[in-house]
Design a protein around this ligand. Sequence first.
Ligand SMILES: [Ca+2]
Ligand SMILES: [Ca+2]
Length: 217
Amino acid sequence: MNARTTRGMIAAGMCVASLAGAAAARADWGIVDPYLSTVWFSTPFSPPATLLVVPDGSGPGFTAARTINRQIVDATVIARAINDMGLAETSLQREEWSLVWRGGNVVACANGLAPDHDTLADGTTAWSTPPRAGGQSQALVRPAWLGQQLLSTAGLALQVNSPDLNGDLVVDLLDVARFAQDFGSGVYQFRSDLSYDGVVNLSDIIPMVQHYGARCP
Ligand SMILES: [Ca+2]
Ligand SMILES: [Ca+2]
């Protein structure tokens, strides 16, 4: 084997090692594994809870959701980002996250469903402050990172409804008309049960009046 061949073999070897290093680095760098990452409520309660969402963020936080028996419960959502090496993913920007309901017509203003902060040293982030959103859903909800839902669970039982009944991110006469229709129909409509207790009655008008005119900031 001459010197030239030896140099060629060393160069090829270095190239392979470099590629392997890049692959290992990629696996360990900023990729959230949707099956290893987890999500849970910070506090136990009897689900489902319902959160009133308003486009301008003037509604309650996740810390003040309501159960059917009129209890106020802390439904703060915690997610822990784990990469495919099984390690916590830290410092993922909050704007990269959102929440996705698996049915209904929930809509959000820009970053309106982002968590409170970037992921911490243990890979966790939390949703506790008021979202900026409209529409409604009784389906399960999952966090999503860059649009990829966390798949380690079917989702959390956190329903949402809003004085923005039609989900156009403005609370106006169109929503009042839908509310009036539900109010007079005699058939229970979750979307109009704004003061959530399983009945649509006069107390549900209060959030509609309170947030009338709300829109995205
Ligand atoms: Ca509306
Ligand atoms: Ca009600």
